[in-house]
Design a protein around this ligand. Structure first.
Ligand SMILES: [Zn+2]
Length: 145
């Protein structure tokens, strides 16, 4: 084994058009690979100098990170406040037409002329967060005076 640089000890992507010394599957030997493009922060597209074989180079660090802990919190939160869940929770019986002059409390069901049925998940002095079937929107309310 030579002391040449291999992917084992690289922690930064080589610049585009630079050469990087890596094993080539086709040649079955270590070859200089030209960096064609960066695919992402952590991976680059390479071309073998000898056989023109293409390969993707990914930083080891990034690979480790990718298999790490998954963030579940965000998904859970969305589910809890999803339109379907709120529809079950709150129902449509007390639905009131939306108007920026009216005041809406948390868990109010509103009927918006443009967005349709929505549920208030957060109510502050002048704004409400409303979950509609297609998206969550921030609307103004309590502007009666
Ligand atoms: Zn090759």
């Amino acid at each position: 084994m030579s002391a040449e640089q291999t992917d084992e000890n690289i922690d930064q992507l080589p610049a585009v058009a630079k050469n990087i010394y890596l094993p080539c599957k086709k040649c079955d030997e270590n070859r200089y690979h030209r960096v064609l493009a960066h695919k992402s922060k952590n991976s680059a597209k390479l071309e073998c100098e000898i056989c023109s074989g293409k390969k993707t180079f990914t930083l080891k660090k990034a690979r480790k990170k990718a298999t790490g802990a998954k963030k579940k919190t965000a998904t859970k939160r969305v589910k809890k406040n999803s339109f379907a869940a709120l529809l079950t929770d709150i129902g449509t019986e007390g639905t009131v037409p939306y108007s920026m002059k009216s005041k809406f409390d948390e868990k109010a069901a509103i009927d918006h002329s443009k967005f349709g049925l929505g549920f208030v998940t957060e109510s502050t002095a002048l704004k409400v967060q409303v979950v509609f079937e297609d998206a969550t929107r921030e609307l103004v309310h309590n502007r009666g005076n």
